[in-house]
Design a protein around this ligand. Structure first.
Ligand code: FAD
Length: 310
């Protein structure tokens, strides 16, 4: 039960999480839009879950019991510090949109973030997932990140060397809350950076079902040589469906909600893909998409999954 003080200082409302996730799936939860840092400890103690743009998230059909927190306006600023020696520091709050950061940096002639063009994310969600493309990861450019680490009473800034980032992984303890980032960027030609961002977005739109409801890539790539999408395609699973959850014809690592898919449909389709990848190629696909209150099968080793994958 959240305190009256917290409710007074922040917006708290009952929402269907299907309205706040890009795959448009997810049951109800109490959603807090956080504006006041004083309330962080209470939310952490209440076991809060943290939500950005919901672009890599599958939420169960029954929703979640814990409060779901979105960082509010107070965490949305993007500011460019003084330029010095051909480099600049950019501050971005955890609620800021990654797309806005990409645009502002390109317009200011600051190079790097244009490589993330087209990735739907809040800064907090992008840091948690170490969002990236074939060209870069967001943590490549970080000088410091502002985090609330599990068990610590106050947020603090961690230098990049203390963040052991890897592919789609920030390396900090589970439960770390990301409140903001400072990026250190080199200067570049604004026109060339804008053109590069546009080109990358077009390439992405040509190869991924960006206009449809999805939660991005379902699985991590097993290795750089074996992208998950290629593997799923080779397994003959493009177009496979459970209810209205369908493996995209455009990119087999995306599961698309054609309308009224439930989390259970997506979970069954995921299980079918993982089982077949294990049976035919001995690859244990790992989920990239984050799950809240979804069936446990999604996290078992595929050899533990019973049943047929056809
Ligand atoms: C069409 C499409 C294309 C995509 N393309 C790419 C791509 O090219 N590259 C890529 O990397 N990803 C891609 N994704 C996935 C998604 O964009 C990224 O994973 C992104 O980082 C998710 O950010 P978010 O704000 O939506 O996070 P959410 O989906 O809201 O949350 C994801 C995870 O981060 C946690 N989280 C959110 N905010 C915070 C916070 N402040 N502190 C701590 N934890 C937090 C959540 O609890 C959850 O575990 C794509 C998704 C879609 C729908």
């Amino acid at each position: 039960m959240l305190s009256a003080e917290l409710r007074e200082r922040n917006q708290v409302e009952q929402r269907e999480l299907s309205r706040l996730t890009t795959i448009r799936i997810g049951g109800p939860a109490e959603v807090v839009t956080l504006e006041d840092r004083r309330d962080l400890p209470e939310l952490v103690a209440a076991g809060a879950r943290w939500l950005g743009k919901g672009a890599n998230l599958l939420v169960g059909d029954d929703g979640v019991d814990e409060p779901v927190v979105r960082l509010g306006e107070a965490f949305s600023a993007i500011e460019i510090d003084s330029l010095c020696g051909g480099r600049a520091v950019v501050h971005a709050g955890g609620a800021a949109e990654l797309a806005k950061l990409v645009r502002i940096c390109a317009e200011a002639g600051l190079a790097g973030p244009e490589g993330l063009a087209g990735v739907p994310a809040s800064i907090g969600g992008a840091l948690k997932m170490n969002a990236g493309t074939a060209h870069c990861w967001i943590l490549d450019f970080a000088r410091r990140v502002e985090v609330l680490l599990p068990g610590e009473p106050e947020p603090r800034w961690l230098g990049r060397a203390a963040v052991p980032a890897a592919y789609r992984c920030n390396g900090l303890p589970a439960g770390t809350v990301f409140l903001g980032v400072e990026l250190e960027l080199a200067t570049g030609d604004p026109e060339a950076l804008r053109a590069r961002a546009t080109e990358l977005k077009q390439l992405k739109a040509a190869s991924q079902p960006l206009a449809l409801r999805s939660a991005g890539c379902s699985f991590k790539n097993p290795s750089p040589e074996l992208p998950a999408g290629k593997l799923i395609d080779e397994l003959g699973l493009k177009g496979a469906r459970v209810g209205e959850a369908v493996v995209s014809e455009r990119h087999a690592n995306f599961i698309v909600n054609e309308g009224a898919a439930r989390a259970l449909d997506v979970a069954r389709l995921v299980t079918r893909i993982r089982r077949r990848a294990w049976r035919k190629r001995q690859v244990a696909l790992q989920l990239e998409v984050q799950t809240w209150n979804c069936p446990i099968e999604l996290h078992l080793h595929p050899r533990e999954l019973e049943g047929d994958d056809d």
